[in-house]
Design a protein around this ligand. Sequence first.
Ligand code: SF4
Length: 344
Amino acid sequence: MADFSVAEIREMLQCEGQAQQELFDRALRLKKETVGEGIYLRGLIEFSNVCRKNCLYCGIRRENLAIERYTLTDEQILDTVRFAWRQGYGSVVLQAGERVSKEYEVRIERLVEQITTLSGGALGITLSLGEQTAETYRRWREAGAHRYLLRIESSSPELYRRIHPDDSLHRYEDRRRALDALAECGYQVGTGVMIGLPGQTTDDLARDILFMKGLDIDMCGMGPYVECAGTPLSERSLAQGGGTQEELQERLSLTLKMIAALRIVMPDINIAAATALQAIDPMGRLRAVECGANVVMPNLSPREVRANYALYDNKPLAFDSRILERCVRYGERGDSLHFKKKKK
Ligand code: SF4
């Protein structure tokens, strides 16, 4: 596999017009040749918006007192999993704000075991539950979870510090350690970044791609930064004239180029078409599929709680079902080809 330089990736991220179309075509071709044309479904269950953290960009940060907090019961979660299973989903994603306690560890372990049992082990289980100890990750892995998403948000330690509070709960080094621990536990590891952050340069993004390559990730979920009203980062961004329609379109375009570039640098990983793309453009996720993404994560959380999991403004509450008219692989887990090759 060719090694790419920052300059080569920068060129991909800065291309426009015909060159951009060629980039997208190359990524799409590569996707079809490696992971195939199929799109894998992950039923997303956002089961709690309670979070101990205070990330400066996030709508469910601890200090946001304007939202109603919720946590689904085990039965509500399992009902949603059964629904996903009946609808032909090959995998589910359990996602929530970050919580750390013995009781929580045991609860998730039990849920993962129940999901494994109800599908006879056929349903893929992805967790996206933030930073935990290596021991907790190991317990959940042994219970049956086999993928884990933990976004680094920015691989630049400096930029990471600018978008998180400066305290012991939000250390870049801890995030990195958690990603390493996940790989050591045998998960298919996914990470991702936000694109279009205030002060972020094209070279930062090029280095994000090389970071993911260096980490040898199996999956990626990355999306445009979308301001969330009332958060410190949004206020900073708006004060600097950010968040205009024009700028959001630029972030969308840059995200599509990031997806294409990542597909070219890491052809056999799974890449998700992030929900945030659809917050900017109703066709956003579909466009991502057409330039390299091969995973979509329709939100299956009960409708009455969806609005309370607003990580950013205009978060779509419904899925653009035009994607389902594409080559969707129902009933298949869609494990990362990259991960399978590593295990051989
Ligand atoms: S980004 Fe994640 S960890 Fe940070 S406040 Fe939001 S839900 Fe919590």
